[in-house]
Design a protein around this ligand. Structure first.
Ligand code: LLP
Length: 433
């Protein structure tokens, strides 16, 4: 029997799966599949829980747009007071288009281009999280060109093991992210000499899907040590950004309670009076969303059973990429459990197009399945591989449902491509953007 505990908004009613007060079968009929479905109540609850845990301090929760950048979700989060952590000009455009406040944006990422830096300076973001010495000089130069001062932090790599999947660990010393701990002071000194940057803060982000408190505490303690050293040099830090990374329950992992997280951090922050920034992504949207898919075929061989569904690795790449585990449940609750497990796979022509393995599900063709915990890094990591249009997205709230992302059309799939290339003028040929 599926464990629905991490998803309080999901329940079976007369054997039919509902998200809030909305029947998922009904949604599949109305919008088709594959379909991402998000719970507005779960989203608000997750964000408010974060906000409340830190309410005694001046705190800005900068939701990590990469987890799910759907404009409606961004708009709702902005309305709740969220700031945003972005890693590209594209994400910044999304925030602005959704009505988010540029002054509440922090810009992370190791490869910010000049165009991206200038765009962020023009809209007036809150802070750049600098990830290398060269980036410092580039930002200074861009700000000088625009006759502005760039607000900056360094993303310091505290060399802490977050005890998570190696692909999503970012705070170890050989990672491409952040500046080495040992060089941080020197970089702040250099920044202090530059005319067009303003030192504002210090930042770290050690990884994602972290389920233990100790790595966060260790990272904080290391960062506080740096803040003290900087103070001695006369460099004051007005905000401390601890990044994101708090995990969620996908299967049976016990996760960090936000109040414990806040208590453990806050008791170490008495001597730091500045603003606190967090960059959660997964914890806000991960368990607010599911991917609804229809079984196309059941394929059985003497020693294997496959349910081939209409969602694939292009819709949800986490299982293929990280071997990630997502709970899968039947939308119509079956009365029995099959004797043999099956693998749930998509139509994409890759052996790795696997959504889940070894599941005891009564899936028959045309049955609907819900792949849970897919609100984060689901839709945002989707692609068009095998010329598959991106799935539609729906938000439910109480009894209501709203389309927040149309299913991509076949026209949209090809519209940026040009077939009359022999007739192009040299002007078009050279025009890159
Ligand atoms: N801040 C920075 C600088 C980040 O790089 C990330 C995530 C976050 C915040 C948000 O982390 P979260 O709170 O969501 O853990 N695609 C992977 C996750 C990659 C995370 C990348 N950075 C996955 O599907 O598990």
């Amino acid at each position: 029997m599926a464990n629905l505990t991490p998803f309080p908004e999901l329940s079976y009613r007369h054997n039919e799966l509902f998200l809030e007060e909305v029947s998922l079968s009904q949604l599949a009929k109305l919008y088709g599949t594959p379909l991402y479905v998000y719970s507005y109540s779960a989203l608000v609850k997750a964000f408010s829980e974060f906000q409340n845990a830190f309410k005694e301090r001046d705190t800005l929760i900068c939701y990590a747009v990469k987890a799910n950048g759907n404009l409606s979700l961004l708009r709702e989060l902005a309305a709740l007071g969220a700031g945003f952590d972005i890693v590209s000009a594209g994400e910044l455009r999304r925030v602005i288009e959704a009505g988010g406040d540029a002054k509440k944006v922090v810009f992370s990422g190791v490869g910010k281009s000049q165009e991206e830096i200038k765009y962020a300076l023009e809209v007036g973001i809150f802070c750049f999280n600098i990830e290398s010495e060269e980036e410092l000089f580039r930002i200074n130069q861009c700000a000088q060109d625009l006759i502005k001062k760039a607000p900056i932090s360094f993303r310091v790599n505290p060399d802490v093991d977050p005890k998570t999947h190696p692909y999503i660990s970012t705070g170890l010393k050989n990672s491409k992210f952040g500046v080495p701990f040992s060089t941080a002071i020197d970089l702040y000194r250099k920044a202090n000499q530059l005319s067009h940057v303003l030192i504002q803060g210090i930042d770290c982000h050690i990884g994602s899907q972290i389920t233990e408190l100790s790595p966060f505490i260790e990272a904080l303690e290391r960062i506080l040590g740096l803040i003290a050293q900087l103070k001695e040099l006369g460099i004051s830090i007005s905000h401390l950004d601890l990044g994101g990374g708090i995990g969620i329950t996908y299967k049976d992992e016990s996760t960090i309670a936000l109040n414990d997280y806040a208590n453990e951090l806050l008791k170490r922050l008495h001597h730091f009076p500045g603003k606190l920034i967090f960059e959660p992504g997964r914890r806000i949207v991960g368990n607010s969303g599911l991917l609804l898919t229809k079984v196309e075929y059941l394929k059985e061989s003497p020693d294997h059973r496959f349910a081939i569904v209409d969602a694939a690795m292009n819709d949800l790449v986490r299982p293929s990429l990280y071997d990630a585990w997502h709970e899968v449940v039947e939308v119509t609750q079956p009365s029995s459990i099959p004797s043999r497990p099956l693998d749930i796979v998509g139509p994409v022509c890759e052996t790795g197009d696997i959504l889940a393995t070894n599941r005891y599900l009564m899936a028959q063709s045309n049955d609907l399945l819900a792949i849970l915990s897919t609100g984060a890094y689901g839709s945002s990591m989707s692609s068009n591989y095998n010329a598959r249009p991106k799935a539609a997205e729906v938000l439910v709230y109480n009894k209501d449902h709203y389309l927040i992302g149309r299913r991509e059309s076949f026209t949209e799939l090809t519209q940026r491509e040009l077939t009359d290339f022999f007739n192009q003028t040299s002007l078009t040929k050279n025009k890159l953007i």
